[in-house]
Design a protein around this ligand. Sequence first.
Ligand code: M6R
Length: 614
Amino acid sequence: MCGIMGYAGQKPAAGIILEGLARQEYRGYDSAGIALRCEETIINAKIVGRVSELTRKVKNMPPECSVSTSGIGHTRWATHGGVTETNAHPHESSDGMIVLVHNGIIENSREIRTRLESEGVKFITETDTEAACQLLAVLYKERGDARSAMSALTAELRGAFALVIMFRDIPDEIWCARKGSPLVAAFDGSASYCASDPTALLEYTHDLFFLEEGEMASLSPSRCEFYGFDGTERRKKTIRLNWDSVMADKGHFDHFMRKEIGEQPDVLRLTIDAHTIVTNVAMDKSLTLPSGLMKQIRRVQFVACGTSYYATLVARDIMESLDGELDIRAEVASEYRYRNVIGGGDTLAIFVSQSGETADTLAAARIAKAKGTRCTAITNVRGSTIDREVEHTLLSMAGPEVGVAATKTFMGQISLLALLVMALLKDRGTLSAGDEARLIGGLRTLPALQQAMLEREDEIKLLAEKYSDSKGFFFIGRRECVPLTLEGALKLKEIAYLPSEAYAAGEMKHGPIAMLDEKLTVVALAPDTDLREKTLSNVEECRARNAPILLLASEGDEGARAHANDIIFIPRTEPELFPFIGVIPLQLFAYHTARTLGRDIDMPRNLAKSVTVE
Ligand code: M6R
């Protein structure tokens, strides 16, 4: 939930570290700090606030800092200890020998702190991180050797950590270690780098070392060396990440989120082209799981959190619409991990995580693996923990997503999931040629329809402005619309901070309808399918309680106008594929509502993009 960056090279370090932090600011943004080696000393600067404020403070650091060629930085999402300058990282040991940044949670920090305090060590922060910092100082003093002290430290810490460390008396070298929190390192020939997120390093190189669980490294201008926590040397190979660093730039847009919403037709097009044979509709072999796998599978479980979970609901619905005999479920990872969910060799679990680092999803995957379940992942990040831990990974093709609210990665997930579902059912022998042709044909027309939807932005903006003073929102819909009601409500909560709930339309009368009045807006999704009439009846029940209705209906469905105060027409597609277009007006509605209310869209309060703690 924090972003960390380290640099040891020959160029001025401050700018490189600040740039790396800015690229990772979506991970945490309540405070930030930097430590630069300046000759014999290490100088710290910290602020409460954003990286831009840290950049201003760095300009006032002593002149020698501007020529410093190594340092570490941190952007924080507070877990232990309030948001204060003192609690911001980097932390310094009381003897001044260690300066350290951390992402994760040290679970035994209390014990360590109590023990060290009884030995006379003075703590100055409320953070769990300081325990690691002070402990390392003690261990380094005892052992006199960085590698050995790092081994002893990592053996003693419980919980999750990515640590980046400077030893005051070891110039031009930084150390890092990883357990449970992501960490990636790189060497470009004259400098070493490390960061929480690969996008911070792509400007320098695309060949990255992803640290494994239980690995540490020493980084200097001439090399990266890797070790196990026991101190034994490890040879590591780089993984090439073909993301363009400009993909992580805002371009001419005011917000990353808006830019990313607009990239969805390309994400969909790319996914379809990569995974289908252009001349006919057959699935590409590379998409399928080990051949014959589906012959042994009786159960399919999709497991994920947040928006990724809603993507799995779309997949579940498509799959069960095509095969009524397979047991298909979608589960929230934070529950899956604590329930006694059935598993084993006849179960295929598909874990979906944009970041590949979500703690609950990783824990769920480990539990499934231990039960002998066949585990597959869909992630947007090659080399992420989930990619490395499961049997088989499919990469979504969204490219880096910077806005905290997921948009184009949802599209990357649902498009890959739709293709995967068809490939699995084809392998199982239950996908009819007619359905395959219908759905692949439908998917191919979607990018143009999405583009048409995006072109109605001005209309959606006006509606967002009109309804932005609502006291809350209910999103309602049936079947293929249910995942979108959840996603539409989540987007509004995340970036506009407005109360918004999602209900299967038929559930309204079982309780939620009691809340309706003229200040609570109902956003109803009623495309022209066999369920149109049923949903419109539920809409009428809401109208009868004076709730303003914003209706999403199929293009040309003029009859739907009579049921709504305002209407957004959605291009027609196959019913199962409605979420691919229907999500766009909901994302734009949330975006423009948040804009109208002056919210911080790319970095909403209290959130972090990747939730690496439980
Ligand atoms: O990286 P993941 O896909 O595993 O993340 C899961 C959720 O934390 C994520 O989708 C979250 O709900 C987003 N902020 C939604 O916009």
